[in-house]
Ligand binder design. Structure first.
Ligand code: ZN
Length: 181
């Protein structure tokens, strides 16, 4: 069991712009291990530090090839366009068609402080963009139309009033079951 609690929409930490990691110490490595455990437990394929209450620029991920960590990531280039039914562990059980660039080229650091460059496309590129949004305090709801956002907020408010999201059914018809960051 992971000891980390995944923060959900409404928690102010999710809206903060995270700070650059300046000191890659053992604490961050240990936190990443716990975050990877929490991500698998959720289950999801990515988890950003703000989602566990830490306003620092790193995230963990595993899109099927084993766990990874990216620190201080920056998108250098992006192109193409791709719409996909995207969800978020911090907005549980909801998902929307979101348009994002299909390909990205990013620079980041690994846990040892080495610079890494990654060219990613499709799901991997989407995952990285989604996690980097979290580092900038941005959430899926920001991509919605006003009407979609009103509906989503209504659902989230109802859940908050019930005090639990665990037993609630997905109120929006989701075209494919998806667990995501
Ligand atoms: Zn997310």
């Amino acid at each position: 069991m992971s000891s980390l609690r995944i923060r959900v929409y409404g928690d102010p930490v999710l809206r903060r712009v995270s700070e650059e990691v300046t000191d890659l110490d053992g604490k961050i490595a240990m936190l990443c291990e716990q975050m990877i455990a929490a991500m698998y437990e959720a289950p999801g394929i990515g988890l950003a530090a703000p989602q566990v209450g830490v306003s620092q620029r790193f995230f963990v991920y595993d899109f099927g090839e084993g766990p990874g960590v990216l620190v201080n990531p920056d998108i250098v280039e992006s192109d193409g366009e791709w719409s996909y039914n995207e969800g978020c562990l911090s907005v549980p059980e909801l998902a929307w068609e979101i348009v994002r660039p299909r390909r990205i080229y990013l620079k980041a650091h690994d846990l040892e402080g080495n610079e890494v460059t990654i060219e990613a496309e499709d799901l991997q590129a989407r995952l990285f963009q989604h996690e980097m949004d979290h580092l900038n305090g941005k959430m899926l709801l920001d991509y919605l139309t006003d009407e979609q956002r009103r509906e989503a907020k209504g659902i989230l408010r109802q859940r908050a009033m019930r005090g639990s999201s665990a037993s609630s059914k997905p109120p929006i018809a989701v075209s494919q079951k998806l667990t995501f960051p």
